[in-house]
Ligand binder design. Structure first.
Ligand SMILES: [Zn+2]
Length: 283
């Protein structure tokens, strides 16, 4: 999934199955390290790391910040791995913080950092995504690339149904609707998700600027049960820690959204031509 906003602008994915994928050999190693950190009085004892998540979410209200919601999902155990793009200055500090909390980190090219509970998991992400990262000569979305994207999605915890939706778009061209209309990738994904939905859940609204969305991937539908379960757990965790920002985010996610073909978000009063209007039935 490296060639697209699915992981590119989107940052990292989620364990949409909601089951808290814990790595190849279960949760024990991570839990043990966390317990060890707690005994030693380490300030990061609550995972990597809710304190910085809280700080980051406060900053989020003021400006775009890096992936605080996904860090929270990782910290509470519903997300198996993080894919972060960290600037050179922040990377050393951030990596140290994750490692102190017992996480495994693999550092890739272009400021990419993969964080998981086990080293093999982080290294697998680094290795598999390395074969499909953008750059270099254009590569068709052939069987190898599709398999690699599927594996990256699995390692990041994306629901398989949502990954399948992404792969179908990738094969066709992520900027092309089924009828051939060319549009922004966000718009193509949203039109398809909307068309498949019986109910439109605001929690799965992925049309806000990416770092303000609860769902870090494009859901296959706006009532995808797997994506919905993941986001439900994440929102509950966020609400219990930061009720004010959570309420604010909920309001924003539930607001009707109008998108132009190029992906521009139109205000409610803006008469501009929208390709897609989303109205949500519930949260
Ligand atoms: Zn799905």
């Amino acid at each position: 999934m490296g060639a697209s906003r699915q992981v590119g602008a989107a940052g990292v994915g989620a364990n949409g199955a909601g089951g808290g994928r814990r790595g190849a050999s279960g949760s024990a190693p991570w839990q043990a390290r966390r317990r060890g950190a707690r005994r030693s009085g380490d300030a990061t004892r609550i995972g990597p790391d809710v304190i910085s998540v809280a700080r980051a979410l406060v900053k989020l209200r003021r400006c775009g910040v890096t992936d605080p919601l996904e860090r929270l999902a990782f910290a509470i155990g519903i997300k198996p791995a993080l894919r972060l793009r960290l600037g050179a200055r922040a990377a050393g500090r951030e990596i140290e913080r994750f490692e102190r909390a017992g996480a495994a980190v693999a550092r890739g090219a272009d400021d990419l950092v993969y964080v998981a509970r086990e080293e093999a998991w982080a290294r697998a992400l680094l290795r598999v995504e390395g074969t499909v990262l953008p750059g270099g000569p254009p590569r068709p979305a052939g069987p190898h690339a599709l398999a690699a994207h599927r594996e990256v999605g699995r390692l990041l915890g994306y629901p398989a149904c949502c990954v399948d939706g992404f792969l179908a778009r990738l094969e066709r061209g992520v900027h092309r609707l089924a009828d051939g209309t060319v549009a922004a990738e966000l718009v193509v994904a949203s039109v398809e998700a909307d068309a498949r939905s019986s109910r439109r859940l605001g929690r799965l609204n992925c049309t806000l600027p990416r770092r303000r969305a609860l769902v870090p991937f494009d859901p296959c539908r706006l009532d995808c049960p797997h994506a919905s379960r993941y986001v439900g757990a994440l929102f509950e965790a966020l609400s219990s820690r930061l009720p004010g920002p959570a309420r604010q985010l909920r309001r924003r996610l539930l607001a009707p959204m109008r998108l132009t073909r190029s992906g521009q978000r139109l205000g409610a009063a803006d008469p501009g031509p929208a390709l897609l209007t989303l109205r949500f039935d519930g949260f």
